[in-house]
Ligand binder design. Structure first.
Ligand SMILES: [Zn+2]
Length: 421
């Protein structure tokens, strides 16, 4: 309670969030939301109805329920969004420069808490961080209700492909088990170099097979950072989801659709954010002037990947931003990029961050839709994203697990031009 109030003031959002509920509601507490337009997260639109919540869960969707506690008529109501790929602890340091995601000072910890708050206020009630050991205390503090933020799933330490030096299949299996013991919810695997360095494969087929097979045996999903040939190799290895996927061929995408492998491409935000914050990144580990020149060429390749993914029948495309320092709280920009530059249908964009995003986490029975029995993760937008995708910038209401974290009047949030206000 105390810590929640403190964070509100640290990040200076008291004005934007005049009504903040900090307590977990008692199990019997009943809340009714009135809505004129509801996107149910599965592709359907409901009109003039009410959503009934008891404790942390939705108990019914019933036009006759009452009395109404939150009247959200005039807004578009939908499930809280899911970002499949956000590096929640990745921040700028005291000197204003990229500090990565592994800092352990008090400033770093507050910065991570701030990232979590901004992400939640932007309408994201669940994120998957692939991954950092620093995610664990943040994940657990949020799960206990001690800090406001999205529900976090983390990979802890990723398996970084280094060719032969990565290890034998047995050593790779041991690494996967070690992450599980450290509290990982999933396994992240780097099977390609950075695209800025060419994107070549860094794990053999045999190594990838071992990593994804062992994760499956441990009941964990696998997210594979993969470009070009690594996309096909990871799909053959039975991994769960491909991150990025740049320069995958149409045949690779078809194979993914056949095998049910999820694709999490990035259509803009991650590169746009790097370019916007170039002076804060250049000269920090992994970021060179040449790398930045390469990024400008990669952006259209990423647009092209999404354009081809949209046309691949049966391919399951989830929503992930790869948010790093500078992008937290602006995650929804990726929706605009996908619709504007990737040719994604706005409803498909919403579903990719709702029921499909939850399905990719094996958690579709927990959240991602507005339906009885599911977690009450509910947001509202000032505007209709099906008609104007920039409405995703105007999140006026955020409820996570039955707790209201944000409730501002329509018109309170300016339609800023994609830059953090
Ligand atoms: Zn990433």
């Amino acid at each position: 309670m105390q810590s929640v109030k403190m964070i509100l003031c640290v990040v200076g959002v008291c004005i934007l969030a005049p009504r903040v509920s900090c307590q977990t509601p008692p199990a019997a507490k009943r809340i009714v939301i009135g809505a004129s337009t509801v996107l149910d997260g599965r592709g359907r639109v409901l009109h003039d109805t009410r959503i009934v919540i008891e404790g942390s869960r939705i108990v019914s969707v019933d036009a006759n329920a009452g009395p109404v506690d939150y009247d959200l008529r005039g807004s578009t109501v939908l499930p809280g969004w899911i970002d499949a790929h956000a590096h929640i602890t990745w921040s700028f340091g005291k000197d204003g420069k990229n500090a990565g995601m592994a800092g352990t000072t008090q400033e770093d910890a507050y910065q991570s808490a701030s990232n979590a708050w901004l992400t939640l206020m932007a309408g994201f009630t669940t994120i998957q961080s692939p991954g950092s050991p620093n995610d664990i205390p943040l994940r657990d503090a949020i799960a206990k209700g001690n800090l406001p933020g999205p529900r976090i799933l983390t990979a802890v330490d990723p398996l970084i492909g280094k060719g032969e030096a990565t290890g034998t299949p047995e050593e790779i299996r041991a690494f996967v088990r070690k992450q599980k013991q450290a509290g990982a919810d999933l396994i992240k695997i780097f099977a390609s170099q950075s695209i800025r360095q060419g994107g070549g494969m860094t794990l053999s087929q045999e190594q990838l097979n071992a990593a994804c097979d062992e994760a499956k045996k441990q009941g964990l999903r696998t997210l594979v950072h993969a470009y070009k040939d690594a996309v096909r190799a990871a799909t053959h290895a039975g991994c769960t989801e491909i991150e990025h996927g740049t320069l995958a061929t149409d045949d690779d995408l078809k194979l993914m659709a056949q095998r049910g492998t999820y694709l999490d491409p990035q259509c803009g935000l991650v590169i746009e954010n790097y370019l916007l914050n170039k002076e804060k990144y250049v000269g920090t580990p992994g970021y060179t002037a040449e790398g930045f020149a390469a990024m400008e060429k990669i952006l259209p390749m990423n647009h092209e990947l999404v354009q081809h993914a949209v046309k691949t029948l049966g391919l399951k495309v989830v929503f992930g931003t790869d948010a790093v320092a500078g992008a937290h709280g602006r995650n929804a920009e990726e929706f605009i990029d996908r619709v504007r530059d990737g040719g994604v249908d706005p409803m498909a964009a919403m579903v990719s961050a709702n029921s499909l995003g939850a399905e990719a986490m094996n958690l579709a029975d927990q959240f991602g839709s507005i339906a009885p029995g599911l977690q009450a993760d509910i947001i509202a937008l000032d505007g209709d994203p099906l008609k104007d995708i920039t409405a995703v910038r105007r999140v006026v209401f955020v409820m996570k697990a039955g707790v209201v974290y944000k409730n501002v009047a329509r018109g309170a949030i300016p339609a800023y031009a994609g830059v953090q206000p």
